[in-house]
Design a protein around this ligand. Structure first.
Ligand code: 5GP
Ligand code: MN
Length: 323
C-alpha cells in the first residue's frame, strides 16, 4: 500500500540515496523541467549521481536553463542499480510514458507532487496540494537536507514557479510562492530575464498556430464554456511542434463570461489530447479523472481515442454536466 510521507522523511530518502533517477512526465512543461533540473544540479553539487529520464525532448524555450542538455539520459540507456526512482510533477505512474521499465532500476520509489488527483502510486509519496509548483517542493527538500542552492539551481526552480503559476497569476499563487521566489531572486535570479525567455520569445510558428487555433474558437449557448481545436494538419501547415500548443488553451478560458476553456489537440498517434481550464468554480481535475486523466481543480488534462469531433462532443457533454 502507498505511504504518505512528510518533508523530513522525503528529505531523508534523498539524503541517504547516492544514485537517483528523476523521471519527468511526457511532454514535459516548465514545472517538470525546472524542478527536475534544479534538484539534479544541487544534488550533483553534493556529490550524488543524479540523472533525468524522460521520453520527450526538452522544448527549445527551456534551453536557457543550465543542465538541460547534460543531465538527460534516454530511458533505454539507463542501466545498473539505482538507490531511488524519483518522480516530480507526475500525477500518476502513466505520466512517465514509455520510460516505465527504467523505474524498476531504482530500489525504491519516491513521488513528489502537488496535483490534487495524485494517485500516491509510489512506495513513498510526498504530496502537498497547496504548493503552486513542484519547484516549491523541490526547494523545500533541498533546504531540508542542506543542499546548496546556487544561482543556476535558483534559476531552474524559479522557472518552475513562473511557468506553473502563469507568471504568478493563477489561483494557486500564495504567500509561500512569493517567499520562495524572493529567496531565489536573492540567490541571483533575474526575473526580467526569465520573463523574457518564457513570455517574450514566441517562435513565429507558435503565433501562426495561435492564429489558426483562434479561428476554431467556439462558445456554447450558455456563454460559459469555450473550446478550440488544433489538428495535425494545422501544426504541419505552420511548422509548429506539439510543445507550441502549450498555453493556447488559456485563450479559451480568457473569453469574458467563460468559466471553462478547453483545447483539443490531435496527437501523432491519432488520439486527442484534451486540456481543461476553469476560472473559479468548476473542478476540471475531477472531470479529467472521470475521463482517465487528472490535474488540478483549475487546470487538468486527459488523452482520449479520436476522432476529434467525437471527443469534442464527449468532453463538452461531461463539462456541461458540472457547469
Ligand atoms: P496540460 O493541459 O497543460 O497538459 O495539463 C494541465 C495539468 O493537468 C498539468 O498540471 C498536468 O500535469 C495535468 N495533466 C494533464 N494531463 C494529465 C493526465 O493525463 N493525467 C494526469 N494525472 N494529469 C494530467
Ligand atoms: Mn506542476
Amino acid at each position: 500500500m502507498s505511504n504518505l510521507v512528510d518533508l523530513a522523511a522525503a528529505g531523508r530518502l534523498i539524503r541517504e540515496a547516492q544514485r537517483i533517477l528523476f523521471f519527468m512526465h511526457v511532454q514535459p512543461d516548465g514545472d517538470s523541467i525546472g524542478s527536475t533540473l534544479g534538484m539534479i544540479r544541487a544534488l550533483r553539487q553534493m556529490g550524488k549521481e543524479a540523472v533525468m529520464v524522460g521520453v520527450d525532448p526538452i522544448p527549445p524555450m527551456y534551453h536557457f536553463l543550465p543542465g538541460w542538455d547534460a543531465y538527460q539520459v534516454p530511458w533505454q540507456e539507463v542501466t545498473g542499480e539505482w538507490d531511488l526512482s524519483c518522480f516530480l510533477d507526475c500525477g500518476d505512474l502513466e505520466r512517465v510514458g514509455d520510460a516505465l521499465p527504467a523505474v524498476r532500476l531504482g530500489r525504491c520509489t519516491l513521488n513528489i507532487d502537488h496535483h490534487a488527483t495524485n494517485t500516491a502510486f509510489a512506495e513513498y509519496n510526498y504530496l502537498d496540494f497547496s504548493a503552486a509548483a513542484v519547484g516549491e517542493l523541490a526547494y523545500r527538500i533541498l533546504q531540508e537536507i542542506g543542499a546548496p542552492i546556487d544561482a543556476g539551481t535558483a534559476l531552474c526552480l524559479y522557472t518552475s514557479l513562473v511557468t506553473d503559476t502563469g507568471g504568478f497569476r493563477y489561483d494557486s499563487t500564495g504567500p509561500s510562492t512569493h517567499r520562495v521566489a524572493a529567496d531565489l531572486i536573492e540567490r541571483g535570479v533575474r526575473p526580467y530575464d526569465v520573463a523574457q525567455a518564457i513570455f517574450e520569445s514566441e517562435p513565429l510558428p507558435r503565433l501562426a498556430l495561435l492564429s489558426r487555433a483562434l479561428q476554431t474558437l467556439q462558445v456554447d449557448e450558455s456563454g460559459r464554456m469555450a473550446w478550440m481545436v488544433v489538428t495535425r494538419q494545422m501544426l504541419a501547415e505552420v511548422g509548429a511542434s506539439d510543445h507550441d500548443v502549450e498555453g493556447i488553451v488559456n485563450y479559451a478560458r480568457s473569453v469574458a463570461g467563460v468559466e471553462v476553456g478547453l483545447l483539443f489537440k490531435e496527437t501523432e498517434d491519432g488520439r486527442v489530447r484534451v486540456s481543461l481550464r476553469s476560472r473559479s468554480r468548476v473542478d476540471v481535475g475531477a472531470v479529467a479523472v472521470k475521463l482517465g486523466g487528472g490535474g488540478h481543480p483549475r487546470a487538468a488534462g486527459c488523452t482520449l481515442a479520436g476522432p476529434v469531433a467525437e471527443v469534442v462532443g464527449q468532453v463538452v457533454a461531461a463539462v456541461k454536466a458540472v457547469l
